[in-house]
Design a protein around this ligand. Structure first.
Ligand code: 5RP
Length: 218
């Protein structure tokens, strides 16, 4: 099976967590895009979706799935999204698609975070994938210097502005043993909007696409 076929399998498998009458939190990326397609097939059964990016909003709208404002939602049962890496503690690196800030906000509101990934995203130690950090543009150099002090090698993601008008630094060279501590440290740097470490709020369920089928970790 190709990587995209594995992503499709987990995207559609996540439908088992969608119940009639739900508002569904929707992530961003190629795996989340498969989930959106799946959601389109049962759109009459749900109230609508809260989206984590302009790209996902456009896809949801194209499929006729009502888009809802997070500010008007009291209870969000599930958030379904991909990840760039996930470890055995259900902690993740996210933000490869630059949508990390809205993703983290929706994940914080949701009762259950369902992570959908192909098996290549499973790791023992987070950090092989460069850690995305969304930064206010004027703080770019300052934050980059501070990230070097933390042992990282930040690289400015050229030509990318987030949906919030900020820039992304991708931090290489990290071997993240204490993900919660690093998330807190990077979050506390002035100018940082969001770090793509989802450790304080990790996943509750991981659907892993493998050649043998979708593995469920709860
Ligand atoms: C976007 C993300 C994505 O979930 C992550 O990059 C994985 O993407 P894909 O499903 O395309 O492999 O965090 O900001």
């Amino acid at each position: 099976m190709t990587q995209d076929e594995l992503k499709k399998a987990v995207g559609w498998s996540a439908l088992q967590y969608v119940k009639p009458g739900m508002v569904v939190g929707v992530g961003t990326g190629s795996t989340a895009a498969h989930f959106i397609d799946a959601l389109g097939s049962i759109k009459q059964q749900i109230v609508g979706a809260v989206s984590s990016s302009d790209a996902s909003s456009a896809k949801l709208q194209a499929l006729g799935i009502p888009l809802l404002d997070l500010n008007n939602i009291d209870v969000l049962d599930i958030y379904v999204d991909g990840a760039d890496e996930i470890n055995a503690h259900m902690q993740m690196i996210k933000g490869g698609g630059a949508a990390l800030t809205r993703e983290k906000i929706i994940a914080a509101v949701a009762r259950k975070f369902i992570c959908i990934v192909d098996a290549s995203k499973q790791v023992d130690v987070l950090g092989n994938f460069p850690l995305p950090v969304e930064v206010i543009p004027m703080a770019r150099s300052f934050v980059a210097r501070e990230l070097v002090k933390l042992g990282g090698a930040p690289e400015y993601r050229q030509g990318v502005l987030t949906d919030n008008g900020n820039i992304i630094l991708d931090v290489r060279n990290l071997r993240i043993i204490d993900a919660i501590a690093l998330e807190d440290k990077i979050n506390s740097l002035p100018g940082v909007v969001t770090v793509g470490l989802f450790a304080r709020r990790g996943a509750n369920v991981a659907l892993i696409g493998t050649a043998e089928g979708v593995k469920i970790i709860e």
